[in-house]
Design a protein around this ligand. Structure first.
Ligand SMILES: C[S@@+](CC[C@H](N)C(=O)[O-])C[C@H]1O[C@@H](n2cnc3c(N)ncnc32)[C@H](O)[C@@H]1O
Length: 217
């Protein structure tokens, strides 16, 4: 397996890409992103009163979609480090009492212990080298209550060589170089080694994207 350095990653979105992130997602998916992300968030099966930690929260688009499910008694806490992303998150979620944002790195130790029902990570985990992915999974496991779920919305595990040309092209020419490394690793095995015991998966975009819910024992 090829060795990557964190400098190969594109996960710290900045500049033009950060300013127009939501619009760019809509364009690259030919307008399918809004309905896809609504469906993926519905598939989280969030319940009123649940407390959610959103790792690499981005523009706040996902937090706004999650907030009605958890209601006034629940809460969404976004963790984000990108300056432009934090500014958009603050603008978009202003006035929503059940959403807040912390400027914290998700790949370094976090202060949360057994206090969240759900940790959500959307299109972030693939962009880290393997030892940082392990640190992020450990942070999620520690932050969750017993029985809580770690929900990873990201690439599924599949054979990139056998994928349609436009998927191969996107992954090999446009995506973060670490994406293919992530796709080639067994995500469930990775999660099991950190103490997650039970899994549920929903698939999108021809099975190439997956919401994987891993339950803490
Ligand atoms: C590809 S974007 C995805 C944003 C959002 N989760 C979504 O689905 O729209 C990756 C996000 O992770 C953030 N990020 C990257 N590295 C991070 C880190 N170490 N700690 C916290 N956030 C990070 C980036 O700033 C960016 O907002």
């Amino acid at each position: 397996m090829k060795e990557y350095k964190q400098e190969d990653s594109k996960v710290e979105v900045t500049g033009f890409e950060a300013r127009y992130y939501d619009l760019l997602m809509n364009i690259v998916t030919l307008g399918r992103y809004p309905s896809f992300i609504r469906q993926a968030i519905a598939d989280l099966h969030l319940k009123p009163g649940e407390k959610v930690l959103d790792f690499g929260a981005g523009t706040g688009r996902n937090a706004l979609l999650m907030a009605p499910y958890v209601g006034e008694c629940g809460h969404i806490t976004g963790l984000e480090i990108g300056e432009e992303m934090k500014a958009q998150f603050a603008r978009k979620t202003a006035g929503h009492e059940n959403i807040s944002l912390l400027d914290r790195r998700i790949d370094e130790p976090l202060p949360f212990e057994g206090s969240f029902d759900v940790v959500f990570i959307s299109f972030v985990l693939h962009g880290f080298v393997q030892d940082k992915r392990e640190a992020i999974i450990q942070n999620a496991h520690k932050a969750l209550k017993p029985g809580g779920r770690f929900a990873i919305l990201d690439y599924a595990n599949f054979d990139v060589d056998q994928a349609p040309w436009y998927v191969r092209f996107g992954i090999r020419k446009a995506e973060c170089p670490l994406a293919e490394d992530f796709i080639n690793r067994d995500t469930e095995a990775m999660l099991r080694s950190h103490g997650f015991a039970r899994f549920e998966a929903s698939f999108y975009f021809g099975g190439h994207l997956r919401l994987l819910k891993a339950y803490k024992a």
